[in-house]
Design a protein around this ligand. Structure first.
Ligand SMILES: Cc1cc2nc3c(=O)[nH]c(=O)nc-3n(C[C@H](O)[C@H](O)[C@H](O)COP(=O)(O)O)c2cc1C
Length: 220
């Protein structure tokens, strides 16, 4: 199979969690189809848009991997999609919709949109792999992100077997829709106590010199 893959993140490829997920999906695809070939385009790089548009016309098997940004599809990806010509129905688009927060329920609104998007682009809908809890890959050392990322290998293989993500395997991968009440309470305590310390350390590591609650435009 030959797959055109689009990374819909506005974040540069080298820092993108979506890119790391795509790499593992491709690894899994190759275990199921040794002849698999693919071409990857990153929406964060506008210089790739012309080639991506041409590839969209030419390919019949397309996978768009998208991070959830403020409960939505990133605006930069929408801007790109807006420039595509509608196809004639011979193409299948499948999606990966991934996010930071872990409950699958918060991705369902975006998933409903993607079901509509495929026919709007003149394509059939190949399902969406919905999965949260992907926030930390770009912060973690490779050995710590290996285990959660490696789960995507199997989903890559599943994509080939099922010709997309409209499958029970993919649906099961999403994990819990909502956390149970005791776990929510536990999370509330963690986010009120320990987590802010982690966020501060993370921000410092990224070069942040002001407090996280800083409001530089408050008085302007
Ligand atoms: C501006 C911004 C908005 C985000 N909004 C959400 C959100 O609404 N819900 C969520 O679960 N994660 C949210 N995230 C987390 C990302 O979905 C998550 O970290 C994802 O793995 C990022 O993928 P990327 O590095 O390829 O862009 C947001 C991240 C950023 C930077």
């Amino acid at each position: 199979m030959h797959v055109m893959i689009i990374n819909g993140s506005p974040r540069v490829q080298s820092l993108s969690n979506t890119d790391k997920i795509i790499s593992r999906l491709v690894k899994g695809m190759k275990t199921e189809d040794e002849e698999l070939t693919y071409e990857l385009y990153s929406i964060s790089d506008r210089k790739q848009w012309d080639a991506a548009r041409e590839a969209f016309k030419r390919n019949t098997e397309i996978l768009i991997a998208i991070p959830l940004y403020v409960e939505c599809i990133p605006g930069l990806l929408l801007e790109f999609l807006d420039t595509l010509e509608k196809k004639d129905g011979n193409t299948r688009i499948s999606f990966v919709l991934q996010s930071g927060f872990a409950e699958a329920s918060q991705l369902r609104c975006g998933e409903e949109y993607l079901k509509k998007l495929a026919p709007m682009l003149g394509c059939s809908y190949g399902g969406t792999l919905v999965k949260g809890d992907n926030f930390s890959y770009r912060f973690l050392p490779a050995e710590q992100s290996e285990k959660p990322l490696s789960a995507y290998d199997e989903m890559g293989a599943s994509y080939i077997r099922n010709r997309g993500f409209d499958s029970d395997e993919a649906r099961k991968f999403s994990g819990p829709e909502y956390f149970k009440a005791p776990f929510r309470v536990f999370l509330g305590i963690i986010f009120a106590t320990v987590a802010p310390l982690g966020f501060k350390a993370m921000a410092k590591g990224l070069g942040c010199t002001k407090p996280l609650g800083d409001r530089p435009y408050k008085n302007s």
